[in-house]
Ligand binder design. Sequence first.
Ligand SMILES: C[S@@+](CC[C@H](N)C(=O)[O-])C[C@H]1O[C@@H](n2cnc3c(N)ncnc32)[C@H](O)[C@@H]1O
Length: 419
Amino acid sequence: MSDRRVLVRGERAAHGGAVVAHEGGRTFMVHYALPGELVEVEVVGRRGGVFQARAERVVEASEDRVAARCPHFGECGGCHWQHALYARQLELKRQVVADAWRRAGLRLPPESPVLGMDEPWRYRIRGEFQAVECGGRVSFGFHRLRSHQVLPIATCPIHDRRIERAALAFGQAATELGRRGLQSLLLTVEPTGPGLLWRVQEMGRRPGATDAELAARAAELVPDLVLLEDSIGLEFWGLTFRVRSDTFVQTNYRQMLVLYQQVLDMLAPGPEDEVLDLYSGIGTIALVVARQAASVTAVEENPTAVRLAALNARINQLDNVQALPGRVEEVLRGIRAGRHRAVVLDPPRAGCEPAALAELLRLGPERLVYVSCDPATHARDLAQLVRGGYRVRRAAVVDMFPQTYHVESVAALDRAAGI
Ligand SMILES: C[S@@+](CC[C@H](N)C(=O)[O-])C[C@H]1O[C@@H](n2cnc3c(N)ncnc32)[C@H](O)[C@@H]1O
């Protein structure tokens, strides 16, 4: 066996889709392995004192190992766990979240559910593709694992099939029209309608500039879809929203409903409650909560999303929603302590700024529901809130991203009595 080839036994899953292994005093992060498996790995790099590796040969396979569904798996950087039975993926995600909480000095409540999908495929309603040119042909694809190189893709079984077809159509249209300098393509499809929102980024053109000729040719290739460049509709629970390419949308529509139901159950907004929805995007959670609460104040830094949140409130005739522009850590400074009984927050991966947490502690709501797509920053921020006098009452892991390492978790906190 060469120096770069090592035989190791997988131990625990780490956040990032690798399995930790030790051999000869060295630590390895092994991709495409499972805990318990004996695998021959190829070392592909070193970060700090840790060797990055990929399993090249499985010597003793886990009984949870399955054949990956996608022909690009192993080359494409988008999926990390397709080789694991879905039930095992959910267990691994629970363990990753529990480990993050433990490292932050917290205990994930043992009864916390892990809410997976019945059909963990074809769930993404939004896809961002990178362009690649080869011999005059333009294709769209994804970055290879831990690389900036683009892998053209023919199929992606975690995306809505219409997105897959549209990406191929845009590639064909760009090839036929001889387009050069395309960089990326963002596609979002209406979960319950025929609308397809598209945005291409071309070298030397301002972000958001359109390419009508390209879209017209792509539209001919996917005649069942209505190509839109401004906004599309998102509908659920009797509410209607407008979504744009430059605003966040939950990429897994089916699990978004599971997540929002958890938020609603944990927050339990009542008719007397004034509620804050922080990092509110286009106001989806705000509007759901507003139907049960006295009022909701939504705070969001993206001005387009703030405008859409206000528009979405009007479309749904909810006049008890106020959308405030600005960064949470700054906007909260202007809010009176004690006014809001309940707060929901859903920050990006980096979590909350320390100033935002300090402001939350000053406001002192009775109930907090914290949604997160990064277990480490979630646990870090929850620990800070616990030090500030809150206690974790409930938690759940919602699998928004099957086949990948990404994991969404949500926690409900109460202000401990006397604080
Ligand atoms: C994970 S998304 C949540 C959106 C929304 N809750 C939903 O379910 O669609 C996070 C949002 O926070 C916004 N954001 C990021 N940093 C922010 C900050 N410091 N203050 C306010 N909003 C911020 C982003 O623009 C994005 O819309």
